[in-house]
Write a protein that binds this ligand. Sequence first.
Ligand code: ASP
Length: 439
Amino acid sequence: MSKVVKFGGSSLASAEQFKKVGDIIRADEERRYVVPSAPGKRTKNDTKVTDMLYACYDLTEEDKDFSKELKAIKARYQEIIDGLGLSLSLEKEFQTIEKNFKDKAGSNYAASRGEYLNGIIMAEYLGYEFIDAATVICFDEEGEFDAERTNKVLSKRLAKCDRAVVPGFYGALPDGTVKTFSRGGSDVTGSIVAKAAKADVYENWTDVSGFLVADPRIIKKPKGIETITYRELRELSYMGASVLHEDAIFPVRQEGIPINIRNTNAPDDNGTWIVGSTCQKSKYVITGIAGKKGFCAVNIEKDMMNSEIGFGRKVLQAFEENGISFEHVPSGIDTMTVFVHQDEFMHKEQKVVAGIHRLCNPDSIDIEADLALIAVVGRGMKSTRGTAGRIFSALAHSKINVKMIDQGSSELNIIIGVANADFEDAIKAIYDIFVETSI
Ligand code: ASP
């Protein structure tokens, strides 16, 4: 058995946090491969080391003095080293970093040093081997992640060591230039390492005890999600629920490796299990609710639209020509509505409208702005009668006008469009009916 454990920035922000992480790793023999983030915030108003590095490197780009900023970064690491009682010195590393900054090694290189240095400390603290991610996480010449090559190189490397630390967030192009994933990318590294190690579990340790049924900024102390499938998670993350980097799902999903989201500050909590499929029913029929504000609905009407072959394609072409992606397209007999992101659409609005007129000669086009979309997601909906009925009676009861309904054929989710102003109340109503009054 082997487990890959990834720790987020807040789990490694200070020596105190490092000690908790050390205890967690030592408590389970199987936790053999460790993927650390850079030190995150120690307090609410603190700055993440990654952000300090970006800011520091910006100064070098402008040929300004960055010694004070680099010193502050060094101090963050020294505080951890001292707090852990290690005799490690990062002096040489910082000399190299300073030189490379002066040589304009790039902001990717700069940001990656956060994880790199934390990895060195972690390896020293645990007595594990250190593997520089630049030697095992491969990007191609175009800067795209090269999954195949990485898996080959990394699995070969891991087979040679029983226990190792692989810093998160970065890798390298074929010529050795350091390249990072997008922000929060250590989650992706963790997943890649889990795949290459053929791990039984990918544990992702953060500062919350897993996913919640709804956004805690809207629902006070929402219930946690015990088990969620990859597909459900995709739906929820797409709609704004965030704990894990979106791309972190793919490498482990292909291998059927479950992800367990855990809380470094409450290690006894079970957290959330993300799995391929499960016979475990979710507690409340629905697994989770998420949503986003800021959509526009473009309603197109044309008599006999239903019999005009290619009408839908032509409408969507007008959006495509303007580089706008659509979210949902509910349609009636003589009407079709296209939901788009308001901020993407706003400044191209008239061009799109002109395009629709040119391409499909509609009777009328009407635009409604300031809409929100809410996704009610649950694998349990398929086998439960009345889910939609319960949602809509709850919304009606709360006097919320439903502007759009879209249920995917997978019966995994129901998407509801409401006015931005009704967004929070709608989520409360749905949460209440399924979670608070669930029987
Ligand atoms: N340190 C990087 C960031 O702040 C990557 C990560 O933590 O996953 O985005």
